[in-house]
Design a protein. Structure first.
Length: 146
């Protein structure tokens, strides 16, 4: 896998790392936030949350189905998730790594610094397209968890 072309995004989410981490392993929540652009609906999510387990997401845009799939590589509870990612837009295995860092936001509040790294793109256009999608997904996640 070529790791030369990749992206990295960071966002502080007003929820503790447990809640943010668990959202990425919850099929019902993922249907709500894993929407990379307007007009796309998530019709199926299949998660087998273990190293070597399957991740499958079916996106639908105006009747056009866009399968996305991968395999979990790392599951460090409340700290790190990593999975391969093949989409209908990039026909090669890429790698997504999510890091969850606890941030104290007050005497009794914890927030999470979520970092998404996605590497292995074939070209800069694939990177740009996915970057826009991940930004939208992070905003959706923030809304769903609030």
């Amino acid at each position: 896998m070529n790791t030369d072309i990749g992206l990295k995004l960071t966002k502080v989410i007003e929820a503790n790392p447990q809640k943010v981490f668990n959202a990425w392993l919850d099929e019902n929540l993922m249907k709500q936030f894993m929407v990379p652009a307007g007009g796309i609906k998530i019709t199926e999510v299949e998660i087998d949350p273990k190293v070597g387990g399957y991740l499958g997401i079916m996106m639908n845009a105006n009747g056009y189905e866009m399968p996305h799939s991968g395999m979990y590589k790392v599951l460090e509870k409340y700290r790190k998730l990593s999975f391969t990612w093949i989409s209908s837009f990039v026909q090669v295995n890429t790698l997504v790594t999510l890091s969850f860092e606890a941030i104290t936001a007050g005497p009794s509040q914890q927030h999470t610094r979520l970092t998404i790294e996605h590497v292995g793109f074939l070209n800069d256009q694939n990177k740009t397209d996915h970057q826009f999608g991940w930004i939208t997904i992070i905003e959706n996640l923030t809304r769903v968890l609030s």
